[in-house]
Design a protein around this ligand. Structure first.
Ligand SMILES: Cc1cc2nc3c(=O)[nH]c(=O)nc-3n(C[C@H](O)[C@H](O)[C@H](O)COP(=O)(O)OP(=O)(O)OC[C@H]3O[C@@H](n4cnc5c(N)ncnc54)[C@H](O)[C@@H]3O)c2cc1C
Length: 210
């Protein structure tokens, strides 16, 4: 979502979104910050920093003007301007099975965000499963398909479900995990509920340990 679209939704939208100051107190005054931006070091010499969490279609002049209004960045030297990030991904529901293997060409496997999963851990976990499955394929072993009670199993089921009509990349989230029977009181206790889901996933994934 471009920052200018978020900003147009209301004066407070950004500070409850990517500029949320949760847990950040101004050490000089002891007061909670109104809104913050995060700078992430981008080179070993600490000369370059990138502004985390923003995408934009703003023209470069407008970006410069805007950035210079941020306290501390009045004299910022911008070496690369912000753009909209676009993910390239294959139509996994049509072409992949839940083992990250091409349905049509079984000797081809895909891993990472090109499959339509998004995020660091999603890519690492997906890459691991793909690697294991490629090795199993080469050794004429049955491929692993993880159960939907695990996050990776739920992700692979999601991206390879042929019924998708408008497929879009997805992150790990509890909404895709197979539901679990529990009483109403437990279901309402989000922390306990998630603990039970997580424990069930750990128990299930351990069955796949070699
Ligand atoms: C600005 C930004 C911030 C992000 N922040 C987060 C975050 O905070 N948390 C999070 O979980 N995720 C975040 N993500 C998403 C996360 O970075 C990706 O989901 C993840 O890195 C994808 O991993 P990957 O290995 O699938 O792909 P990539 O990390 O893109 O790796 C693909 C690699 O293939 C190489 N490559 C491409 N074409 C070729 C070719 N023809 N030959 C050889 N090599 C090639 C590329 O150079 C690259 O190194 C962010 C993404 C962006 C863009």
């Amino acid at each position: 979502m471009p920052i200018e679209v978020l900003a147009s939704r209301g004066v407070d939208t950004l500070r409850f979104g990517p500029m949320k100051p949760v847990g950040l107190v101004d050490k000089r005054t002891g007061t909670k910050n109104y809104a913050v931006v995060q700078l992430r070091q981008d080179d070993a010499q600490a000369n370059l920093y990138n502004l985390v969490g923003f995408q934009t279609n703003l023209k470069w002049g407008a970006q410069k003007e805007l950035l210079q209004t941020i306290p501390g960045l009045e004299n910022v030297n911008i070496v690369r301007y912000g753009v909209m990030h676009q993910n390239t991904f294959i139509n996994s529901p049509k072409v992949l099975n839940p083992s990250f293997q091409s349905r049509k060409n079984p000797n081809i496997f895909f891993a990472g965000q090109i499959t339509g999963t998004e995020g660091y851990t999603e890519s690492i976990a997906g890459g691991l499963l793909t690697g294991i499955n490629m090795a199993r394929y080469l050794n004429n072993q049955e491929l692993l398909t993880l159960p939907q009670t695990t996050m990776l199993g739920a992700l692979t089921a999601y991206i390879s479900c042929p019924e998708h009509t408008s497929f879009q990349p997805i992150n790990s989230n509890w909404g895709i995990i197979a539901t679990m029977e529990m009483d109403r009181k437990t279901r309402k206790d989000k922390k306990l509920k998630n603990q039970l889901y997580a424990q069930r996933a750990i128990d299930e994934i351990q069955k796949f340990h070699p």
